[in-house]
Design a protein. Structure first.
Length: 508
């Protein structure tokens, strides 16, 4: 590394849980594998008055507990933590940003000819505007002698209006090329593998359209409740927390056209086209196309689980949804008439995220099968856990006649042996250092996603007749969600932790 070049990574909210569990372990892994500058300086800022030694001890604990798939080496951890400096500050005080600028630009020798800075805002979204304004006013956002990049966590706005307002504010301060809106789902290897599976295999892409696919479902289930985040979840809910960002981004990758290249804008342009083609859900259609639910108290494996309304920080009369299932269509030549289904929820039987592609049955089925629905071919792309791909197809049962039995052909990432799958934050932070925005949401993509969700938000806010269905903790959500799936006898896939297993009663 050129000694005249200085590299600084500033974390706003360094004492928070996100930094402890995700950011510092990911930065350590990149540092240990020499994938980021060796001379990187990390400046953590927050309101708390804590000592440098106390911060280092907490970050060391975070590295030990959350460095997935690698065993931290003490000498490398020591070197890494020696690059960390704590700066206690009021994130709205102009004077503190002048002090931060001095710290960022400080050198032991002559001033660096090139200063590269990444600013990570691991803070509540309400702080995005003031921090960005102060960075601009202090001169820290100017790219006179190196790059300046700004990473913003989700949610990026709370609705279409606030998203547009935030975009306009940031664009008045920085260029869009400097802004990185992070969605950690896009950093998962198995999400990126959607593109590779589709566009590197001649056997799949010709079938990836309305002529051969009956419907596609996307599930992101969590077995935990809101834990101690009830007050936050009351302002978010499953629609804002999961559907508008994570699940729509996955749908965009699953439905997009082949990009002309892997250039960031080429990929993101195709995702944008998908979002622009989403068939609008009218407010009067919300009740029949979107099911919302809220978990109720239940006993699972002898454990009494509280209802959502009994969780700390939750309004006893809350109508915040902990479950959403939605049916939608994409109005283009590839997907015209193919229904897409998405569901997400808390306190479901198992933690799992996957895409299920249901292929159309053969036009004339010649063979005997006990249940025609089981004869339909499926392709399951498992994002987490037990990451991999599963194909379901029919074979002849041994013996006389031509009875058909469905079998599985599966690949598991775990079968790669010693090959380590990097965490989502490792991949995404590495991309920020490299200036690669492919897996980050662009301004127009985020706004178009909010535009699609807006009628649902409006209908729920203004029409109190739209029901919120209760579902016992530990079940797969409201029974009404099964009615969304079109086709006699069709329903959602009920996944288990193991990719190849199907079952109605997976344990929590």
């Amino acid at each position: 590394m050129d000694s005249s070049e200085k590299n600084v990574f500033v974390i706003f909210g360094v004492t928070g849980d996100l930094t402890y569990r995700k950011l510092i372990p990911a930065l350590y892994s990149l540092y240990a594998r020499q994938l980021i500058p060796e001379n990187l300086e990390i400046i953590g800022t927050g309101r708390k008055k804590i000592s440098q030694s106390d911060l280092n001890a907490r970050m060391r604990e975070g590295i030990d507990l959350f460095s997935e798939g690698i065993k931290p080496e003490e000498n490398i951890v020591d070197k890494f933590l020696s690059r960390l400096t704590y700066f206690s500050s009021d994130m709205s005080s102009p004077a503190d940003y002048r002090l931060l600028k001095e710290l960022v630009e400080k050198t032991d020798d002559k001033p660096a000819e090139k200063l590269n800075c990444i600013f990570y805002l691991a803070v509540p979204p309400g702080m995005y505007t003031v921090i960005s304004e102060r960075l601009y006013e202090s001169g820290l956002g100017r790219e006179d002698n190196g790059y300046r990049r700004f990473v913003y966590e989700k949610p990026f706005g709370y609705d279409l209006w606030s998203c547009r307002e935030l975009n306009q504010k940031l664009h008045s301060l920085f260029n869009e090329s400097q802004i990185y809106r992070i969605d950690h789902y896009l950093g998962k290897e198995t999400v990126q593998n959607i593109l590779v599976t589709r566009f590197s295999n001649g056997m799949f892409e010709p079938l990836w359209n309305r002529n051969y696919i009956h419907h596609i479902e996307i599930t992101s289930a969590e077995s935990i409740g809101v834990e101690n985040r009830g007050s936050y979840y009351e302002t978010a809910g499953a629609l804002r927390d999961m559907v508008q960002n994570h699940l729509l981004q996955i749908a965009g990758l699953a439905a997009m056209e082949p990009p002309s290249s892997l250039n960031p804008d080429a990929v993101r342009n195709e995702v944008l086209k998908v979002f622009q083609s989403l068939h609008p859900i009218k407010e009067e259609e919300v009740a029949s196309n979107v099911i919302r639910g809220q978990y109720t108290a239940s006993v699972v494996r002898g454990q009494c689980l509280p209802s959502y309304r009994q969780e700390p920080g939750v309004d006893p009369n809350s109508r915040t949804e902990t479950y959403v299932a939605i049916k939608f269509f994409i109005d283009n030549w590839r997907w015209g008439g193919v229904p897409f289904y998405m569901r997400t929820g808390k306190r479901l039987p198992v933690k799992v995220t996957e895409i299920v592609v249901h292929f159309k049955p053969t036009p004339h089925f010649l063979f005997h099968v006990d249940d025609m629905n089981k004869a339909v071919n499926q392709m399951i792309i498992r994002i987490q856990p037990d990451e991999g791909i599963l194909l379901k197809f029919g074979i002849k049962k041994p013996g006389g006649g031509y009875s058909v039995e469905n079998v599985n052909m599966d690949f598991h990432y775990s079968s790669l042996g010693n090959t380590r799958v990097p965490t989502a934050y490792e991949r995404l932070l590495g991309d920020v250092f490299n200036g690669d925005s492919t897996l980050y949401a662009r301004d127009d993509i985020v706004e178009t996603a909010w535009k699609f969700i807006e009628p649902v938000q409006t209908a729920w806010a203004t029409n109190l007749d739209i029901k919120i269905f209760g579902y016992p903790a530990g079940t797969w959500g409201p029974e009404n969600a099964d009615k969304l799936i079109e086709g006699e006898g069709l329903t959602w896939r009920y996944p288990c932790r193991n990719l190849a297993d199907d079952g109605l009663y997976c344990e929590l």
